[in-house]
Design a protein around this ligand. Structure first.
Ligand code: BG6
Length: 513
């Protein structure tokens, strides 16, 4: 039986609350470990400010930074201030900032320092008493996974992991959740030895994106698409996450990890799960998770792996008008690094709905442009009653979910070219978020941090999803490890030749978004 979360929420069909009303977190505090890191500065602190600015945090909300630096609370406050000014989504309002920053505290220490964790416990106790955070505390581990055991151990030792009755303690962990199935299992065991599964929130920030949640609306709120959503009409699915940035400054995290572990194991397999899963009984977290688990359990690599996967490493090239160096010349990467910066794999979902439909997943750094999309590419019409020259420019129909940056949905189909002949050519019909809605979308981290504080687990992968994803990826990683160096591709292009060859073997080609 897969482990799913039980939910304390009532049946949504009978729940009288108006779900359009803003959901505001109750009294609580959040501790961030790894507060000096890039993620905290660029994403977490700005998201917390944006939530406060939107009135979604309680007045007592308190934020505690924990780090080795010899800072006072004022220094910490200044760091958050600078991060918010540089990266927050909503405008800076003095009043919102003043109220939020009154709840800032900083605790200095290392992870193996018992005294520091005792001081943390004392600080949280004071916040409960002075500001009314009420014994509800979240712990955000924005730290490398090898630090999880010691931090979890300290939270247990200092009594911080165990709440009093009616209060909560939650732990938020960032990927990578291990580097293969075995290490993921060990990591999960360590975390679960301190926090019960329902208190563990694993961040996959793609699930916090509006366009990713819209996959569920598109599929399950409409009648139009479902009849087409299967092997009867779909030829294949392409899931692309392309980035134009390189890895300068990220060697510490990325070297030895590579593109497949960095984003296929999590973001892209989650996208596949949402596209391929069956309709859940409801959007209760346990129902949604059960469907994702089912589909990931049915997902397999297409064999042989050497023909159905590709990897590459970016070499020098041009990114727009800028000349850029190759990975091996980026600071921190050794000249012998075999880390892949491009990865593509072919999967099949072994169910009645998807039998015979390949799912192609690809991701890369320093590609032609930044774009994430899911394209469902349809089979060709079984018969075309046109003169063949009239349909030379007709491709395959496609439904493209544009995750970013130009968020929306595109339907691609053939249309008559104006004129006296019956020439048919591809055209696009577009839905664009920017044009259809006036509200701008919250950042993924706003949504996810708020959900942690509310105890709403729907958008967080459970243990089984993580392990199943590693089960899918491990054989590919092992095959690559045995195969030597990845192929070099020129920066600013769409990846290694091997990726094109992999598609060409099946008579298909990658989309050029
Ligand atoms: C992260 C990866 O999870 O996602 C990064 O570790 C990647 O390598 C980033 O750059 C991309 O996120 P987004 O939201 O910009 O697509």
């Amino acid at each position: 039986m897969p482990a799913t979360r039980s939910s304390t929420r009532t049946n949504p069909l009978r729940d009288p609350r108006d779900k359009r009303l803003p959901r505001i977190a109750g009294p609580c505090s959040m501790v961030i470990f790894g507060v000096t890191g890039d993620l905290a500065r660029r994403k977490l602190m700005p998201a917390i400010y944006d939530l406060a600015n939107r009135g979604l945090l309680p007045p007592s909300f308190s934020l505690v930074g924990f780090a080795r630096r010899d800072w006072a609370t004022e220094d910490f406050s200044q760091i958050v201030h600078d991060a918010v000014k540089a990266h927050s989504r909503t405008p800076f309002r003095e009043e919102a900032w003043r109220q939020l920053s009154e709840g800032f505290r900083f605790v200095q220490g290392t992870f193996d320092d018992d005294d520091a964790f005792d001081r943390l416990a004392q600080t949280l106790g004071e916040l409960d008493a002075e500001r009314g955070t009420d014994g509800n505390h979240g712990f955000y581990l924005s730290v490398p996974p090898d630090a999880f055991p010691v931090v979890c151990g300290q939270l247990k030792r200092s009594g911080l992991a165990a709440p009093e009755d009616g209060r909560w303690r939650r732990v938020v962990i960032e990927k990578p959740f291990g580097h293969d199935l075995e290490s993921a299992r060990k990591l999960n065991a360590v975390v679960n030895s301190v926090f019960p599964e329902e208190s563990v929130f694993r961040i996959d920030h793609y699930l916090g994106k509006e366009t990713v949640q819209n996959i569920l609306a598109l599929r399950f709120a409409n009648q139009l698409f479902d009849p087409l959503w299967s092997a009867h009409y779909i030829d294949h699915v392409q899931i692309t996450m392309a980035e134009d940035i390189g890895l300068g400054g990220r060697a510490g995290y990325y070297d030895g990890i590579g593109a497949a572990r960095d984003v296929i194991q999590n973001h892209l397999l989650q996208l596949l799960a949402l596209v391929a899963m069956e309709e859940p009984v409801s959007f209760e977290p346990s129902q949604l998770q059960a469907e994702k688990i089912k589909v990931l359990s049915a997902t397999r690599n297409i064999l042989p792996l050497e023909d159905n996967s590709a990897r590459g490493q970016y070499g020098p090239g041009w990114q727009g008008s800028e000349k850029v160096c190759g990975l091996l010349d980026e600071e921190g990467f050794s000249s012998g690094s075999t880390t892949e910066t491009f990865a593509a794999i072919a999967l099949e979902v072994d169910t009645r709905r998807w039998a015979g439909v390949p799912f192609y997943l690809r991701t890369g750094k320093r590609l032609g442009r930044r774009v994430t999309e899911i394209a469902l590419v349809f089979k060709r019409a079984p018969h075309l009653p046109f003169d063949q020259t009239m349909t030379d420019e007709l491709g395959q129909n496609a439904l493209v979910i544009r995750v970013q940056p130009d968020e929306g949905v595109t339907l691609r189909f053939g249309s008559k070219v104006p004129g006296s002949s019956m020439e048919v050519r591809d055209v696009n019909m577009d839905f664009s978020y920017g044009q259809a809605f006036t509200e701008s979308s919250p950042e993924a981290y706003e949504r996810l941090i708020l959900d942690v504080l509310l105890g709403e687990p729907s958008l967080f992968p459970v243990n089984d999803e993580v392990e199943l994803s590693w089960e899918i990826l491990d054989p590919v990683l092992n095959a690559w490890a045995a195969a030597g160096r990845p192929e070099e591709y020129e920066s600013g292009t769409w990846g290694p030749h091997g990726a094109d060859a992999m598609m060409a073997r099946t008579g298909r080609g990658w989309r050029r978004p």
